[in-house]
Design a protein around this ligand. Structure first.
Ligand code: FE2
Length: 414
């Protein structure tokens, strides 16, 4: 299959992309627009062709459960954890698999082909983890799925938390998670980070920690995680998700912290719609936005990307799988509508996220790499955001995975 009349990010002019089997075999500059001549030739219509979108942070085991059995009435993160504990008692193997599959379909329909999901392993039966390990295998034709062993109710403050984490990794989780700000004491938060970094180092797993997901300016586990990553030289394999307390840190502390963060080389994930909804709940006015310092992290040359976190679950009642919606909201919330930010906005849901997931040469629009790519509905990043553009075509392993027909508007004379 070939694609003609493609615009590529960061390259002038039009290009033809050739695929052989499941690989990209050639990318050739076109002197002028071409007419499709072969049946297996797709016309990008002078729109952007990119590598697939990446979902770096979602909870597929919790999606599509909002209101079951009770709604989160306060809208807080902590009530969300309480409501999830009730729903978790009702989780079955089939229930988890069918909700995860429905959600993966939503992601695929929006051009996502790489997903990192956190799966709650504070459950001695591992019902959700067993189900998600099967979903990972059964969904390979749609997405590449990384599973995080996520201790929703704590490692140190949940019974047998350490053993459950160790077992989850032995069962096949790809990534070690954590939630130090939720542990009962500050000391438990610190020891939980050391434990999870030991586990990852020993097993070769990646790390992705729910870190300081609270407006509490005293929540300072990011410095612990970054220092552990720096000393062990594991930074590129480590991700700090949320870090929303950084939005409440004072500038003097943050200035010092940034030096360590840069040295550590860790990655960051922000979930802007989730955080703007869950945080600031204990504030009067002025009310904090409750996000990490996305623009500052980006401008300091560190790696940060956006994720959806939730789709219709106890923490967030909305969501439809469209990560472009998260990108647009995030750019607004993070004061990133400047011209230069808009020119490279798609980095936040493509290349930066791929780096977070350590996809390496399994990702990217280059000859020899997998023939996984998208045709978008606009010619550049700025126009994709402004026009609320869509994914028109998704190709995986050189084959069509999804095509969308854009809505048509008909105007009538007065
Ligand atoms: Fe999360």
């Amino acid at each position: 299959m070939n694609i003609i009349n493609a615009r590529l990010r960061g390259k002038p002019g039009l290009h033809r992309i050739e695929m052989e089997g499941s690989r990209i075999s050639a990318i050739v500059a076109q002197a002028q627009p071409m007419q499709a001549s072969l049946p297996a030739e797709l016309d990008a219509g002078q729109n952007l062709v990119t590598a697939p979108f990446v979902e770096p942070h979602i909870h597929l085991d919790a999606t599509l459960t909002a209101g079951e059995p009770n709604w989160n009435m306060s809208g807080t993160l902590f009530e969300g954890i309480e409501r999830w504990a009730e729903r978790k008692a009702l989780v079955t193997h089939q229930d988890t698999k069918s909700r995860a599959r429905k959600t993966i379909d939503m992601l695929v329909d929006n051009g996502i082909q790489h997903v990192r999901t956190h799966v709650d392993v504070t459950d001695p039966s591992f019902a959700a983890l067993r189900a998600m390990l099967e979903v990972r295998d059964e969904s390979r034709h749609l997405i590449d799925l990384q599973i995080v062993a996520f201790p929703q109710e704590g490692i140190e403050s949940f019974k047998n938390g350490r053993a459950l984490m160790t077992e989850a990794v032995a069962m096949g989780a790809d990534v070690v998670g954590g939630i130090p700000h939720f542990e009962n004491t500050r000391e438990q938060g610190v020891t939980s980070v050391k434990f999870l970094m030991d586990l990852a180092e020993r097993t070769g797993c990646l790390v992705d920690v729910h870190c300081d997901e609270t407006d509490d300016a005293q929540s300072r586990f990011l410095e612990v995680l970054a220092e552990e990553a720096r000393v062990r030289e594991m930074g590129e394999r480590v991700t700090a998700s949320h870090t929303v307390a950084m939005g409440s840190y004072d500038n003097a502390y943050c200035y010092k912290l940034f030096r360590l963060l840069k040295q550590s080389r860790i990655n960051f994930v922000s979930c802007p719609t989730e955080s703007i909804h869950l945080q600031g709940r204990f504030d009067g006015y002025p009310k904090r936005r409750g996000l990490t310092r996305v623009a500052e992290i980006d401008r300091a040359g560190m790696n940060i990307c956006f994720g959806q976190d939730s789709i219709v679950d106890p923490w967030y009642p909305l969501g439809n799988g469209n990560i472009l919606r998260i990108l647009e909201a995030g750019l607004h919330i993070c004061h990133m509508l400047g011209y230069e930010d808009l020119q490279r906005a798609l980095d936040l849901i493509t290349d930066n996220s791929a780096r977070t997931l350590q996809l390496g040469d399994r990702y990217g629009l280059e000859v020899g790499r997998p023939a996984n790519l998208l045709i978008l509905s606009a010619a550049d990043d700025y126009e994709m955001i402004r026009s609320q553009g869509q994914v028109l075509t998704s190709i995986r392993d050189g084959k069509l995975l999804m095509q969308r027909s854009p809505a048509q508007v008909t105007r009538f004379p007065a």
